[in-house]
Design a protein around this ligand. Structure first.
Ligand SMILES: [Zn+2]
Length: 387
């Protein structure tokens, strides 16, 4: 599904306006009833500021940092809702996390950062998302929403944008046979716009839940958040989107996902491999270490095929099992399952394109009995459905 630039922009702008309008009634009305509410209100203002920055970038035609800002909104959304819906023990854990990192930095930067007396312990973002899931369930809301956002937004963006990984550099380069071109403002296509839509959705949902509990009429925000959610459903026919989801699902199962480039005998990096010409191994899953690597292939559809295949092995051999290497029978199952997954997301040609790879069945060959169940499991995972 293509996102409509004007629609996303208008909805994001209206979300910002509506949050501001409701904030005004808070400051004029009765003050917050519980001590938590003060902090939760701060999270609304922070999310509002980050979303406002995103709209400025969008207007300027700079979509490349939208994902980084959206990831930051997710963190604020998570913190604000844990503070708002949680209890004293949650505030203590957040304080303790702060103390841990503060004291660590105080040791490294004596004089610049003051340590605190408390001995802190980290409270990782994924555990916060799990805790918010519990708090959602207690309210009759879908408990999987926070961890699904964690994987599909936070973890993916950590991998591709927020941290300076190699993929974050590659998107700024167009490597030809003779020369390399530098791209200052890469075309993020609808991915950047999807970030703006989901950033507005998260900021709107955060404000709606908190303001609603403070007795304000938040009908408009609910409607805006619902329209945003409809807009940011990614298209099923997008190979790049399928790659993002496959990587997210693999990370969710504990994998460290790496793309490897080949080098020739002189250490020069060989250009990405055309999938149709590839022979032999295009990826490997090592359950003992949790390493999942794929070869650098030259197309999104090829990358999706390789990732769908490897995710099949991840499902069959969860992290922690010894790495024995797949049998030929497992290869046939995984190949067929991956081809079903790719077909489902309109990435065609798996069996034809990979016909030369090791153990790959020929097109038309009967699928092993367990391939359909494995495919269904992978589809569930990439759709972020209950695990
Ligand atoms: Zn395999």
């Amino acid at each position: 599904m293509e996102l409509d630039v004007a629609k996303v922009g208008i909805l994001a702008g209206r979300t910002l306006d509506e949050i501001e309008r409701l904030s005004l009634s808070i400051s004029l009305g009765p003050t917050a009833r519980a001590p938590h509410h003060g902090l939760a209100l701060g999270s609304i203002a922070r999310a509002h500021g980050l979303l406002a920055s995103m709209t400025v970038l969008e207007v300027q035609g700079r979509r490349d940092a939208l994902g980084v800002l959206n990831r930051a909104i997710f963190e604020v959304w998570l913190l604000g809702l844990v503070v708002h819906l949680g209890d004293e023990s949650d505030l203590e854990k957040i304080d303790s996390d702060d103390a841990h990192f503060r004291n660590k930095l105080a040791k490294q930067l004596p004089g610049l950062v003051e340590p605190v007396a408390a001995v802190g312990h980290p409270w990782p973002v994924f555990q916060r998302a799990e805790r918010l899931g519990e708090l959602f369930a207690a309210r009759g809301l879908d408990a999987t929403v926070p961890t699904t956002w964690y994987r599909s937004l936070y973890a993916i963006e950590s991998l591709n944008g927020a941290h300076a990984g190699l993929d974050s550099l590659r998107r700024h380069l167009d490597v030809g046979a003779e020369k390399v071109a530098i791209i200052f403002s890469p075309d993020e296509g609808s991915a950047g716009l999807a970030h703006l839509a989901s950033g507005a959705h998260l900021a709107g949902m955060l404000a709606q839940m908190i303001y609603n509990d403070l007795g304000l009429d938040t009908t408009t925000l609910s409607e805006l958040a619902a329209s945003m959610l409809e807009l940011e459903q990614p298209g099923r026919d997008d190979a790049k989107e399928l790659c993002r989801r496959l990587v997210g699902a693999a990370i969710g199962l504990g994998a460290h996902v790496t793309t490897m480039s080949l080098t020739d005998g002189l250490g020069q990096v060989v250009p990405p491999v055309p999938i149709t010409a590839a022979t032999g191994c295009l990826g490997e899953w090592h359950p003992d270490t949790g390493a999942l690597w794929t070869l650098d292939v030259d197309s999104d559809s090829g990358r999706a095929m390789v990732l769908a295949h490897e995710l099949g092995h991840v499902v069959l051999h969860p992290k922690g099992e010894p790495s024995l290497g797949p049998t030929l029978a497992e290869e046939a199952t995984v190949h067929h399952a991956a081809s079903i997954v790719c077909d489902r997301f309109a990435v065609p040609g798996y069996l034809a394109d990979l016909a030369r790879a090791d153990g790959c069945p020929r097109p038309g060959e009967a699928a092993p009995a367990d391939a359909a169940a494995l495919a269904a499991r992978i589809i569930q995972l990439v759709n972020g459905e209950a695990q």
